[in-house]
Ligand binder design. Structure first.
Ligand code: NAD
Length: 474
């Protein structure tokens, strides 16, 4: 893949253009977003073919839904709402100067040039959804797609210059070395989507230049199935959500907590639903392959380790055979009650396996979740309003869905992001626009300054101390 211009050179070029350009009005911002939309509308087939290649057979409908329509949703929402977000916001000024005409307001200005590093699992969405907020806020951007989705990266790098000058939007491709160089630049803001481990490296690199970061990381997103839940409905929605991209999604359900008395019913229902969706595995174009041999072996080793430690492993979907192995297509493995020291209990699965754990009291499950790192997503199934409220009040995660999974990530007008180990900051919605804007307070003096006549300037008049004391009120 040709590497045309270094991240540092693109940053310099874009920053010079940013300074030259001056204020960026709504029309210019909408125009940039529109050109990304046009790129997707004109080249979605080519991009979906690239994603299919990168995964070794990802179905068109999934790439369309997740990466094309998902990105379009974020872009259109930002395009249509940004005019309402731009206006200066008047604020109360400083007393007593306000009595003499002093005013104040908050002005939202673009930060400048934003670097965006994406992942392979959603190779367009993790670049273009943040870009929607970055452009809405009036910035320029450089994208760094994942090297594990090279066809998609190459297609984007080839198509972007047809719609943008490199001083507005550019694409840098390459592996971890380029990524490290990219995160070492003095961006005005850096967005990173990826693993928690690499996120720490990115934040360290950004800290050297005091670059603010948005970190979109992963983690073990739990599902709490309350005793009031409809088990068949919960199992169906969990299975359907888990099947998306074969579990290779940051918000994929990772561990399901269910009451001890309902474990068997839930596992049977998960198995039945999954088998109905994917009666065969090898040669089934609806099953998304695991992206590469390394990730395939990683997920297999998690399942084997849990089985070796005594966990029950239930296969859901068509049995894997030689063909399935060769295609890296796998059925869902439901790993029932692995011990805490099993690898699958400690690491994000990010593939076609799911842990089921049991509880006696739901507060025990919440206690176990709260002992671990804060997850990106948390799901609650149940019809007990009081329990639902208790779960929401006693847990913290990036986002939540109730009686479903994944759907909160599709809220194009609400912020998306993590908390603690699952990340910081967000994109989408007005909050995403604010994240990439500098919120600048402005004070404008009135026509008259009363400080001298009120004895507020040195030499201090004797009555001033009394005035100060009188102002110290509760
Ligand atoms: P990864 O951390 O391996 O790679 C992500 C990006 O980081 C790639 O572009 C890579 O080139 C780059 N990178 C590698 N080394 C780097 C370094 N030293 N400095 C800077 N950048 C470097 O993640 P992945 O395997 O592509 O994606 C899977 C992870 O991403 C999972 O943990 C998943 O949960 C998470 N994820 C999170 C979200 C979200 O929105 N929160 C979305 C998708 C994926």
């Amino acid at each position: 893949m040709a590497r045309t211009e270094s991240p540092g050179s693109l940053l310099d070029r874009q920053r010079a253009a940013f300074v030259r350009e001056g204020p960026v009005g709504a029309a210019a911002r909408q125009g940039r977003i529109q050109r990304v939309i046009d790129l997707l509308v004109q080249h979605n087939d080519e991009l979906c073919a690239a994603m299919a290649d990168d995964f070794g057979g990802r179905p068109l409908v999934f790439s369309m839904m997740n990466d094309i329509l998902g990105s379009l949703g974020a872009l259109k929402a930002a395009r249509d709402h940004l005019p309402q977000w731009l206006a200066d916001q008047p604020r109360p000024s400083v007393p007593p100067f306000d009595q003499f005409g002093a005013t104040a307001w908050v002005k939202l200005q673009p930060k400048g040039v934003v670097g965006i590093i994406g992942t392979w699992n959603a190779p367009l969405f993790t670049l273009l959804a943040p870009l929607a907020s970055v452009f809405a806020a009036g910035n320029r951007a450089v994208l760094k797609p994942s090297e594990l989705a090279p066809r998609t990266a190459e297609t984007l790098q080839r198509r972007v210059p047809e719609f943008f000058s490199p001083d507005e939007l550019a694409v840098v491709t390459g592996g971890p070395e380029v990524a490290a160089e990219f995160s070492a630049q003095a961006w005005d803001h850096l967005v990173f989507t990826g693993s928690t481990e690499v996120g720490k490296l990115v934040m360290q690199a950004a800290a050297r230049n005091l670059v603010p970061v948005t970190l979109e990381l992963g983690g073990k997103s739990p599902v709490l199935v309350g005793r009031s839940a409809d088990i068949a409905m919960a199992a169906e929605r969990i299975a359907v959500g888990k099947a998306q991209n074969s579990g290779q999604l940051c918000v994929s359900p990772d561990v399901v907590w269910v009451h001890e008395s309902q474990v068997e019913a839930l596992v049977a229902a998960l198995q039945a639903t999954y088998a109905g969706l994917y009666p065969k595995t090898g040669g089934n174009p609806d099953v998304v392959p695991v992206v590469n041999a390394r990730h395939f072996e990683r997920v297999e080793s998690y399942v084997a380790d849990a089985a070796a430690r005594g966990a029950q492993v239930v296969v859901a979907g068509g049995e894997p055979g030689r063909q399935a192995q060769a295609e890296r297509r796998m059925p869902l493995r439901i790993v029932v009650k692995p011990p805490a020291d099993a690898v699958i209990s400690q690491h994000e699965i990010f593939g076609p396996a799911l842990v089921v754990q049991s509880y006696d009291q739901i507060r025990d499950a919440v206690g176990a979740i709260n002992q671990g790192p804060r997850p990106l997503a948390l799901y609650y199934f149940g019809n007990d309003e009081a329990e639902q409220a208790w779960v929401l009040d006693h847990t913290l995660s990036g986002g939540v869905a109730i009686n479903d999974v994944l759907m909160h990530a599709a809220l194009t007008e609400a912020p998306f992001g993590g908390v603690g180990s699952s990340g910081m900051g967000h994109y989408q919605g007005r909050e995403g626009f604010l994240a990439f804007s500098h919120v600048r307070s402005v004070y404008k003096a009135g026509g008259h300054d009363p400080r001298r006549e009120w004895g507020m300037l040195p030499p201090y008049a004797p009555h001033l101390e009394g005035m100060m004391r009188a102002a110290v009120t509760a």
